[in-house]
Design a protein around this ligand. Sequence first.
Ligand code: AMP
Length: 125
Amino acid sequence: MPIDPTRPYDDQNIFAKILRGEIPSARVYEDEWAIAFEDIHPQAAVHTLVIPRGAYVSWDDFSARASAEEIAGFVRAVGAVARAKGLVETGYRLLANTGRHGGQEVPHLHVHILGGQPLGAMIAR
Ligand code: AMP
């Protein structure tokens, strides 16, 4: 079920629990601003999720409220994970589903890093 990105942050969401280490994840990266872990249902050869440590529901919430430091730290973390995964030469796709039309299911901002194979059309037809 897509979430409503205008709702207040719910600190019981599954990614909040992963951040706090309350439920397991295949964590591949962490720094002061972000953590990254493997998507549990990968849709490409590489499918990694990067989330900010801060409590932000969506891209909309993050871009409106996060500090310049948080935004810079998060963007740098996404780039660092893609580099660490060896995706720069072959290329990759970033995806931040937001709200109903975007099909966002988890109400903590996450960027999908997809790669390791040709990814096809940008939008399913
Ligand atoms: P979205 O539709 O953009 O909200 O994507 C949510 C993503 O989170 C999906 O690709 C799910 O497969 C992934 N996901 C859900 N629960 C977990 C989990 N416990 N560990 C890793 N990935 C998860």
